[in-house]
Design a protein around this ligand. Structure first.
Ligand SMILES: [Zn+2]
Ligand SMILES: [Zn+2]
Length: 281
């Protein structure tokens, strides 16, 4: 099973990305949640150019993806689950949970350490919130988060299947929970016990630091409730709330060249956790 996965990891991940992206883009056209502030062709061209650049960069720097690192750990008997094996299904479920809480903690750290916030704020500087925002990250943040993920995988020793499930899931839920899509409030309330919904994650893209420092989860919504970082709705409501951060509000900041330089320009203001009055309230 795991050997098969190692050979088919790229088409599985790419196929899932294209299918879910297309589904979310269609849903956004059919039932948008908010009117977009900026012109879609400009934002989409630049956001997607960043995605392509990041994918090429990751392929060039890292010979192995997460699935490959899991296979490497298994071959050498590295990681807790390779030293103390569990039944296969239990190991897969536990690994996905551990990887998810690790990503939650990593996201929290990128909001807490001012230097890391400078990288992560490129994701938050988008002036609208839609499926392309979900993949808009600075290349340095992508490289750092890959290194953190690899370290977690080497320490944990998950089955390769768990690493693949997690990668596909993270990619899929990130596109889903950044969707500018409308769904009945009743469905949203039920769904957010299982997965982070667009309304839940939109709170995290509010310009108000008290809301930016909420709802850090990407897949499972449980960590925010468990660790006290959950906020159900934005104060201003979903239609009236302002998306983005105080810095970089000119439309030209949506261009790829500006995004790449944003970590090195402007101050961090009240955004890093601990710096904002009331961030933890
Ligand atoms: Zn964030
Ligand atoms: Zn986001």
């Amino acid at each position: 099973m795991d050997a098969f996965l190692l050979g088919h990891e790229v088409p599985v991940r790419l196929g899932a990305f294209v299918a879910i992206f297309a589904a979310m883009a269609a849903w956004e056209l059919a039932a948008p949640r908010r009117a977009l502030r900026e012109r879609k062709p400009v934002r989409w061209t630049n956001n997607l150019a960043l995605v392509v650049a990041n994918s090429v960069l990751v392929r060039a720097i890292f010979p192995l993806a997460a699935v490959g690192v899991a296979g490497f750990a298994a071959e050498r008997g590295m990681g807790v689950l390779n030293i103390f094996p569990l039944p296969y299904a239990a190991a897969v479920v536990l690994s996905v949970l551990v990887l998810d809480v690790a990503i939650y903690l990593q996201h929290l750290m990128f909001h807490a350490v001012p230097l890391l916030w400078r990288l992560h704020r490129v994701h938050h500087a988008d002036l609208d919130f839609d499926v392309t925002t979900g993949a808009r990250f600075h290349p340095l943040e992508i490289v750092l988060s890959m290194l953190i993920k690899f370290a977690v995988i080497l320490a944990l020793g998950p089955p390769a299947l768990a690493a693949l499930i997690f990668e596909v899931l993270l990619n899929a839920t990130s596109m889903f929970n950044h969707g500018n899509v409308r769904m009945p409030a009743r469905i949203d309330r039920l769904l957010r016990w299982l997965v982070v919904t667009p309304d839940m994650h939109r709170v995290h893209h509010s310009i108000d630091p008290r809301e930016t420092n909420r709802n850090f989860g990407f897949n499972l919504p449980w960590w925010d409730r468990l660790f006290g970082t959950y906020r159900a709705q934005p104060r201003a409501g979903h239609d009236a709330m302002t998306i983005g951060i105080e810095q970089f509000r000119a439309p030209r900041e949506l261009r790829l060249d500006r995004m790449l330089l944003q970590p090195f320009r402007a101050d961090t203001g009240a955004y890093p956790i601990g710096r904002s009055r009331g961030a933890a309230r």
